[in-house]
Design a protein around this ligand. Structure first.
Ligand SMILES: NC(=O)c1ccc[n+]([C@@H]2O[C@H](COP(=O)([O-])OP(=O)(O)OC[C@H]3O[C@@H](n4cnc5c(N)ncnc54)[C@H](OP(=O)(O)O)[C@@H]3O)[C@@H](O)[C@H]2O)c1
Length: 251
């Protein structure tokens, strides 16, 4: 193996579960994992065609990525998803908790259901998946969990209070599980700023978010994939939430 190939394959033989791998950030991270030698299990809920497309892109690299399905609003399905990924891959070394919902909830429209839904999909799924995967990784001798939080965890978006609160919970879960699973399993998070505009955004909303960054531009899914690779490489980093937000968090 050449020096270059050895560097490229630093995740060689590691087995990963990526939730929400059917598109956008999840797809970029699954492809980056495969590019660096890991085999990702691709989770989807509704977008099976997107997951199949992600698998086809990964197949071009010579890696067969199994596809697994679960509705992460259901805690039992979160637990069984980990088992399904473990069985499909023959083990589990890395979990990327990426799937989430992002619903606009202005003050006069916000209900308890909005809060419950965001907490279930965005936060309780991280809890349930991390609990099941973390215990399995601890038994097998090691692993990495990376949670996708959001810049809004530290600075809530007023029209997205349930979403922001769920992402704050993700940051807290990252620290809690990092402590509980130490020293065997590392748990870190990434807090993206504006990377890709979301469905249902108001006109100009994305541009205003970009204006709040220091770099005055959108990020790219590759920026999130790079941060994920950094956290997998940087083995003395634990319980940390890495802002990948163009400097929004200090602007
Ligand atoms: N895009 C950004 O600029 C940005 C900024 C900050 C933070 N983030 C965070 O980064 C992550 C990815 O963002 P994105 O924009 O790529 O997301 P996205 O395009 O909205 O995709 C979300 C993913 O979550 C899955 N999902 C939604 N509800 C689910 C459920 N009940 N059960 C299982 N899976 C479910 C979807 O699966 P199906 O399509 O198969 O249903 C989809 O693959 C999220 O955690 C998001 O909060 C993104």
């Amino acid at each position: 193996m050449s020096q270059n190939e050895a560097t490229t394959a630093f995740l060689g033989r590691r087995k990963a579960l990526v939730t929400g791998a059917s598109r956008r950030l999840g797809r970029a991270m699954a492809i980056a994992l495969a590019r660096h030698g890991a085999t990702p299990a691709l989770h989807f809920r509704g977008d099976e065609a997107g997951a199949v497309d992600t698998a086809a892109l990964i197949a071009e690299m010579g890696t067969v990525a199994p596809i697994v399905s679960a509705d992460l609003s259901d805690a039992a399905q979160c637990t069984s998803l980990v088992g399904a990924a473990h069985d499909a891959l023959g083990g589990l070394d890395i979990v990327i908790n990426n799937a989430a919902i992002f619903e606009r909830t202005p003050l006069d429209e916000m209900t308890a259901q909005h809060f419950d839904r965001h907490m279930a999909v965005n936060a309780r799924s991280v809890y349930a998946v991390s609990l099941e995967a973390g215990k399995r990784m601890r038994s097998s001798g090691g692993g990495d969990i990376i949670n996708i939080a959001c810049a809004s965890a530290a600075r809530p978006y007023p029209a997205y209070i349930p979403y922001s609160a769920s992402k704050a919970a993700v940051v807290n879960l990252t620290q809690g599980f990092a402590k509980a699973l130490a020293p065997t399993v590392r748990v870190n998070a990434i807090a993206p700023g504006p990377i890709l505009p979301a469905a249902g955004e108001l006109e100009g909303q994305g541009e205003r978010a970009v204006e709040h960054t220091l770099l005055k531009r959108w990020g790219d899914p590759e920026d999130i994939a790079e941060a994920m690779l950094f956290l997998l490489r940087a083995t003395y980093v634990n319980g940390f939430t890495l802002a990948v937000d163009g400097g929004r968090s200090i602007a």
